[in-house]
Design a binder for this molecule. Structure first.
Ligand code: ZN
Ligand code: ZN
Ligand code: ZN
Ligand code: ZN
Ligand code: ZN
Ligand code: ZN
Ligand code: ZN
Ligand code: ZN
Length: 303
């Protein structure tokens, strides 16, 4: 008999190679075909899945999340969105859940080290102590992300007092949520692939930090007009170039800067150059964002 932290019955090893679908991770696994089972509940569980912790604390949520065998708690098997990676989550299997806030997360996302908060779980064993946890988290409202941009070859420390990590950008019609994943995701507006991006909850749109923080307007050398960040191609000619480097703009979805007076389009990298004109050390407020973001150049004095 084996005890799994998250289940109130002991689990029995099943000494036969069988094909089954794990009730925790939802995967069918022929190679690991010697599962644990819970006879009273009719559950089949991978040996490796029996070791998920009962509760975890993630940075993005103030309460503890509890491992839930969701088929027992969710009445309708609605597809939900994991609030850590912002991708679909199948509620027929195990997930981490806060019932107070209806917050759901994939098992792997909740235990991913980038998301998980290291706290002394013993202290919060008793549910009644959760309010104390709230206070503790309120003191640490500020999340720090480091954004490493390989194209610009510098690190941005994006310090953002985003309690919910939700924002909207005028380049996209739906709201976006910060997504942390172990694999890279390709930005829809440029060539970059990142593990930390913003994702749309409604469609498959992905926006990386670099594009999310592009200034709305910028200047180029002695050019007399400002250039505006543009989200849709400037005409229907079918041929789109950057007038600085004279190379083609590869994807019609990619954002670019445009001087309308002169019909002068450019790649963001070509006009902004290696060092974007962020006001280093100062707060940078986008019109699209409800909270000020502060960009700090890594090598200079940190606050
Ligand atoms: Zn499993
Ligand atoms: Zn059981
Ligand atoms: Zn997830
Ligand atoms: Zn909660
Ligand atoms: Zn991008
Ligand atoms: Zn969308
Ligand atoms: Zn260019
Ligand atoms: Zn111009």
């Amino acid at each position: 008999m084996v005890e799994a932290e998250f289940h109130h019955h002991p689990l029995t090893p099943f000494w036969k190679w069988i094909t089954f679908t794990c009730d925790i991770c939802g995967k069918e696994d022929k190679d690991k075909g010697m599962p644990y089972m819970c006879q009273p509940c009719g559950l089949w569980i991978h040996r490796s899945c029996a070791s998920f912790p009962r509760s975890v604390k993630v940075m993005r949520h103030k309460h503890l999340l509890h491992l839930t065998l969701s088929s027992l708690e969710f009445l309708q098997p609605d597809p939900r969105i994991c609030q850590l990676c912002v991708q679909k989550l199948d509620t027929r299997y195990g997930l981490y859940y806060c019932s107070k806030c209806d917050f759901v997360a994939h098992l792997d996302c909740a235990i991913f080290k980038e998301n998980r908060e290291d706290i002394d779980m013993q202290k919060f064993e008793d549910e009644d102590e959760v309010p104390e946890l709230d206070e503790l988290v309120d003191l640490e409202l500020t999340n720090g992300f480091t954004y490493n941009c390989t194209i610009c070859e510098f690190d941005l420390d994006v310090v953002c007092s985003l309690k919910s990590d939700i924002f909207t950008h005028e380049g996209h019609e739906h709201r976006l949520i910060l997504s942390n994943t172990t694999h890279t995701q390709k930005c829809n507006c440029c060539d970059n692939e990142r593990c930390q991006v913003f994702r749309c909850t409604t469609c498959e749109f992905v926006l990386d930090f670099q594009c999310a923080t592009l200034p709305h307007t910028t200047r180029y050398g002695q050019h007399e007009h400002p250039f505006t960040l543009s989200y849709r191609v400037e005409d229907d000619s079918g041929e789109y170039y950057c007038d600085i480097c004279e190379e083609e703009r590869q994807d019609l979805k990619y954002w670019f800067y445009y001087c309308e007076d002169c019909s002068y389009p450019t790649h963001p990298n070509c006009i902004i150059g290696k060092y974007p004109n962020y006001k280093f050390g100062g707060a940078h407020t986008f019109d699209c964002h409800s909270h000020p973001l502060t960009f700090v150049e890594e090598n200079k004095d940190h606050p």
